[in-house]
Design a protein around this ligand. Structure first.
Ligand SMILES: [Zn+2]
Length: 226
């Protein structure tokens, strides 16, 4: 154990080399050809009969391009392990009492892959650690990488579950997401109250009713708060 490190949060020597790297998410993405992107976005607006000399529109292709570049920056992030700091979990895997469910929640916002319109909402991630736990702020970071790609809510939830499984190999992983989809609100059925829920349950969350119920009661409490 290192000096000053709490006993239940000892940094495992084998993962000490893994350092957080946000550089790609905040990078200017020089590999994206902005000039060409702006040109094509300008053409899209023209095809829609938008008057390009309007003072509100003149600079729109550039702004539109920049926001798309930002909102798709998750595609640059291929090494998800660099996102994380891992810790040994508090008790040994042989300890029967050690079924500690770790739950972390937050918000997400992304673009739907079908209509390139936003959808956004809340997520709750739960996992039962096997050997390792993950720094609390890192789950939202994993969500961030995946939400900065074109997504469906179901794919987003599965992508987050896949990444956490890949990094932690937990006994079980559960990802709940609930969101409002602008493609449903602004077009098609135009349902302003349309709220969609996705639930991914794997490992002990699938096999053990008690664990699943524990997670779902947390989700339901969250739901009641709105
Ligand atoms: Zn859509």
């Amino acid at each position: 154990m290192k000096n000053g490190t709490p006993t239940d949060l000892v940094i495992a020597p084998e993962v000490e080399a893994i350092v957080e790297d946000r550089s790609l998410l905040s990078s200017p993405r020089p590999t994206v050809d902005r000039e060409r992107l702006q040109h094509h976005l300008r053409e899209v607006l023209k095809l829609l009969h938008v008057k390009m000399d309007d003072e509100n529109i003149v600079d729109t292709p550039r702004r539109w391009a920049e926001s798309l570049v930002t909102m798709t920056s998750g595609y640059d992030y291929t090494d998800v392990k660099k996102l994380t700091t891992l810790f040994r979990k508090a008790c040994s895997t042989t300890d029967e009492q050690c079924q500690n469910l770790v739950v972390i929640g937050g918000t997400y916002k992304t673009l739907c892959a079908h209509h390139i319109l936003p959808f956004f909402g809340h997520f709750i991630v739960g996992y039962i650690p096997e050997r390792m736990i993950i720094g609390a702020s890192k789950i939202p970071r994993i969500v961030e990488v995946h939400m900065r790609r074109l997504q469906s809510q179901e794919h987003l939830a599965h992508d987050v579950a896949d990444t956490i499984e890949q990094i932690l190999e937990p006994r079980g992983i559960a990802v709940w997401m609930g969101g409002v989809h602008m493609c449903m609100v602004m077009r098609g059925v135009e349902q302003e109250s349309s709220f969609m829920e996705t639930n991914v349950l794997r490992g002990e969350f699938r096999e053990d009713e008690k664990t699943r119920d524990e997670f779902m009661s947390i989700v339901n409490r969250r739901g009641q708060r709105g």
